[in-house]
Write a protein that binds this ligand. Sequence first.
Ligand SMILES: C[S@@+](CC[C@H](N)C(=O)[O-])C[C@H]1O[C@@H](n2cnc3c(N)ncnc32)[C@H](O)[C@@H]1O
Length: 209
Amino acid sequence: MAEMKFKELTEKEVQQIDKLQSEYFTKYMHLFDPPLPDGVPERLEKIVLSAGISGSDRVLDIGTGTGILIPIILKYEPALVCANDLSKKMLESVKARYPDVRTLHGDIRDLKLPQSSIDVVFVNACYPNIADKHRSFVNIRRMTRSGCRIVISHPMGSSFIGFLQEKVPFPLDDFPEDETVAMSLFSPYGFKVSDLVKEDNLYILVLEG
Ligand SMILES: C[S@@+](CC[C@H](N)C(=O)[O-])C[C@H]1O[C@@H](n2cnc3c(N)ncnc32)[C@H](O)[C@@H]1O
């Protein structure tokens, strides 16, 4: 199989997509309020479990939104939890409910956390949204230590993106469809596939680095 690469966008395109998303998610924040659809709370538990968080781990939740994963992550009592998002409003709501969580505003590709400072990264219902995946994964590699786990997931399954693509005013990419595609995309960044769950309503790709 030929090596796969993330699509390249111009700086202007990335900035336009980020602006559109920040405005969209700020406006539709209420859509993420409970009650969540049937089965989603249980599937979110599975997603967090798949990272194998231990007490010494430092965790980063990329595109945290209203912090849907945060209460589940906190149950594992990790050493540090950082939540990142493009939308300041989303982060304000996370901070109000979880004051001990460190909130970091901006595009993940630009985040300035120290080198090798993170053990576990969650990208839940956010991988399709990341406009500049190449620079984002270069930065994720820089911020994570050897032995880290990256969990890329969606609690409604990968096919849900097809439904969303027709509804939102910004592009959404598909999830890697199998292990071969995932290896080809992520091995250039120093990550290997450790697990892939692909069910009708659940997608979990675990990378190790
Ligand atoms: C569909 S929401 C999912 C939120 C949350 N993870 C959840 O599962 O409910 C996607 C979130 O990713 C954020 N996002 C999109 N691109 C991003 C990027 N490049 N860096 C950081 N956050 C991003 C958006 O602002 C939005 O809040």
